[in-house]
Write a protein of this length. Structure first.
Length: 215
């Protein structure tokens, strides 16, 4: 039995190495990077990659799990900010800075590509935190009462689209787009009824959990 322990440690080191190399390649070349490329980067046989991650979704979960946890931690840190509006602005800025540095992460957390399971888990963790932060901002008169967490998701999606489109030609343009979007959110006379929570599913290209209702 004892001789097996080093093998298990080696296997875990190999797995971490594969995840690190996959994350690096995906951040530079996109989520469709091949197993062959990952194996070369990790200096392992491609068979090892397939043994560790026979389902590509498992690899994506492993790659983005830690990154998404970081984004969740940013939301929780923002919620501790004494000024709730400053917390909202800071959360957007820091999250989008991460996405600017890692294009694959941006597409994943915006639900455009990557791991649905990881993204859903992140939303479930962040939604109550962001909801409380937004409620504080409304109570302080810093945000109109009609603003909902769905509106914040819409801001993220809109600014993320600008970030992706201008990444090569104007990599800082997203900051101006964020300032414009947040100014509108803070001061606009919002038309129409407030969106229900299930609209988030639609924004991320998924069918609502319950028709016309809250998931």
């Amino acid at each position: 039995m004892p001789p097996d322990r080093p093998l298990r440690r080696d296997a875990e080191r190999n797995r971490r190495r594969l995840v690190e190399c996959a994350a690096d390649l995906m951040s530079r070349k996109g989520l469709d990077v091949s197993y062959d490329a990952i194996a070369r980067e990790a200096e392992m046989g491609v068979g090892t990659v397939y043994r560790r991650f026979p389902d590509r979704q498992d690899l994506l979960d492993a790659v983005f799990g830690d990154h998404v946890d970081t984004v969740c931690a940013l939301a929780e840190e923002a919620a501790r900010e004494e000024d709730p509006w400053r917390g909202i602005v800071g959360f957007f800025e820091r999250q989008l800075e991460l996405e600017a540095a890692n294009p694959a992460l941006g597409r994943a957390v915006r639900g455009e590509d990557g791991s649905p399971a990881v993204v859903r888990r992140a939303h479930e963790r962040m939604t109550p935190v962001v909801r409380d932060l937004l409620a504080r901002a409304v109570a302080a008169g810093e945000v109109p009462p009609g603003v909902t967490p769905v509106d914040l998701v819409a801001v993220h999606r809109m600014v993320g689209s600008v970030l992706d489109a201008s990444r090569a030609s104007a990599p800082e343009l997203w900051r101006r787009a964020l300032a414009v979007a947040l100014a509108g959110l803070r001061h606009a006379d919002l038309p129409g009824p407030a969106p229900t929570d299930d609209v988030v599913e639609t924004l991320f290209g998924r069918a609502p959990t319950t028709p016309g209702g809250t998931p």
